[in-house]
Design a protein around this ligand. Sequence first.
Ligand SMILES: [Zn+2]
Length: 84
Amino acid sequence: MNKKHRPGQAVPKNGVYQAVHDSHRLMHQVTLLEGSLFPECRRCRGGVRFEWLRACAATHTGVGHYAILQEYRREPMQAKKQSA
Ligand SMILES: [Zn+2]
């Protein structure tokens, strides 16, 4: 049973992951490195899920190969900072 991962979670192991975007019906694969964070989608942000596919001798991340993905960022829209 493959576990699904969400953007912002730590990548558990090097490998190729299947990225599934429910909201716009896109599926593709991405290579990720252990210890990095799952990227988010430019369109559906945190709506993408990652599923482990297979191991690979990762020497680089494939994130840059997929324009739809971007590095996960902590919510920049937390305008309501507690300035007390
Ligand atoms: Zn998406």
